[in-house]
Write a protein that binds this ligand. Sequence first.
Ligand SMILES: Nc1ccn([C@H]2C[C@H](O)[C@@H](COP(=O)(O)OP(=O)(O)OP(=O)(O)O)O2)c(=O)n1
Length: 365
Amino acid sequence: MTRQTGILADGAIRALFAAGRLKSEAALDIDQVQPASLDLRLGSKAYRVRASFMPGPGHLVADKLARLKLHEIDLADGAVLETGCVYIVPLMESLDLPAEMSASANPKSSTGRLDIFTRVMTDRAQEFDKIPAGYNGPLYLEISPRTFPIVVRRGSRLSQIRFRIGHALLNDADLLSLHDDETLVASEAPNVSNGGIAVSIDLEGTGPDGLIGYRGKHHTAVIDVDVKAAHDVLDFWEPLYSRGRAELILDPDEFYILVSREAVHVPPLYAAEMTPYDTLVGEFRVHYAGFFDPGFGHADAGGAGAKAVLEVRSHEVPFILEHAQIVGRLVYEHMLDRPQGLYGTGLGSNYQAQGLKLSKHFRLP
Ligand SMILES: Nc1ccn([C@H]2C[C@H](O)[C@@H](COP(=O)(O)OP(=O)(O)OP(=O)(O)O)O2)c(=O)n1
């Protein structure tokens, strides 16, 4: 059954290309269309800018770039993007959306796991990562590596975009009833509020030796975002072990990879997104969160027991994170159609049935 509102699935995203609503400088990569999103590719130039900016009503990104760029970098053969610097990269894909269709962008999971801050910008934008209905124009990516310097090139895929018609978010009652049928978050009692189901942190360490997570090292070598399993974990990360207390003191200057206590599940007719838990005093937050594909953690797609990976930072002050503390909420949206491919069934799914898992760029010793 086709719904009137919801997120476009892979087949409908391919149809946008065929209809000229989505364009790209080059033919699509074979795995670029995901079950409920499209990976966006970097174009051939990056601009180092002095500071991030919002285009604002009436302004084109290209005009602001002409004023703010400090240096132009050729990405044809790859280039290093340094930590602490802000870059703007025109993307290969551009849009001419139908009047009723909007979109939203997010860093890919691998991008968040490397602590690469990214946001998509459009001309005249008043918000990052939100593409208004009917948008016609180019897309740009702001990139700021926070912990590790990275190598990127034309075609590197750091962010992804979802297309939607209307509003199809599940409310609390819908979520509870879907949870009863499908077990969305495997917890003793589901905690549902504001349209989201809570995900909490595991600090007991069910992994080998009580491993609970990793803290990013500083002054490391560069990471090529396009190469898998190239780096030794210990050159970039300090493993953290549970020492009997099931708590972790977050240092405000550090970046942590942790894991959810619950296995999470996105049934095939839904797409989910993690929204960071914003404490009223704002001491810490899951920094990147991100999109969860239809089929993630779905038993038929090989995903039973898949945990969410959490990229956590503390703000301003050191903060004690305790086992089972809520760190985010998963919100669910209806798909317009069932995707042809589910997460975990294709060759490119790196994180199905994962536990605590660093990005695909690392190999265990
Ligand atoms: N904070 C997050 C965000 C996402 N995911 C999971 C759910 C997603 O369905 C899966 C893959 O996400 P992306 O498509 O963003 O990731 P990549 O493209 O980097 O990985 P893959 O190559 O596996 O698609 O990772 C996660 O565990 N923790």
